[in-house]
Design a protein around this ligand. Structure first.
Ligand SMILES: [Zn+2]
Length: 186
């Protein structure tokens, strides 16, 4: 996996292009259905992503390019970082024009919530609880398990997750993490 990501990245930071101390960074709050949950980032970027170093807004001007990356986890990190920086007018401007597929945007939003207080909501904003039954409101490609869970598939006796935007449940006998907003309480 490391080789694959580093090859994809050309052994450069997928944000600023630096080749200094490039290593993998796992995107927080990645849904289990995503095969690619890591990005390659240089030490300067990684330290600011994980909060080890304070944010240097000008360093992230590189997001002008990174937000258009074809690589979903790169888009997710870029989009979340633009949210953190949106007091900078250039960052807000970039957020306004950024385009993310719905699933990528949901992934990005999963990292923006306050974990302690957010309820887990279905597609209609109805709060979900452990033990509820739901069904899927869109087809989900479960990449790790190699099948597509079809829209309408029931998921019984769900569990909540540490991440309020996710639930867990069994589909086709496999326990998977599902984005709560892609489900409807039955
Ligand atoms: Zn970098």
């Amino acid at each position: 996996m490391e080789d694959r990501v580093l090859t994809r990245a050309g052994h450069s930071c997928e944000f600023c292009g630096s080749k200094e101390l490039v290593a993998l960074y796992e995107v927080p709050f990645s849904p289990a259905s995503e095969a690619d949950t890591h990005v390659a980032a240089c030490q300067v970027c990684r330290d600011q992503l994980d909060g080890t170093a304070s944010l240097s807004p000008d360093h992230w001007r590189c997001l002008n390019d990174a937000i258009w990356s074809p690589v979903a986890p790169v888009q997710v990190v870029a989009w979340r970082m633009l949210h953190k920086l949106k007091s900078e007018s250039w960052a807000q401007d970039l957020l306004d024009i950024a385009y993310l597929e719905d699933t990528v945007k949901a992934w990005g939003e999963a990292g923006l919530v306050d974990l302690d207080r957010e309820p887990t909501l279905d597609c209609n904003g109805v709060a979900l609880s452990a033990g509820d039954n739901v069904h899927l409101v869109k087809d989900l490609n479960v990449k790790g398990a190699g099948f597509t869970a079809k829209r309408g598939t029931p998921v019984r006796n769900i569990s909540l997750s540490d991440n309020p935007l996710h639930i867990e449940g069994r589909v086709n006998g496999t326990r998977i993490v599902i984005i709560a907003a892609y489900t409807k309480k039955s």
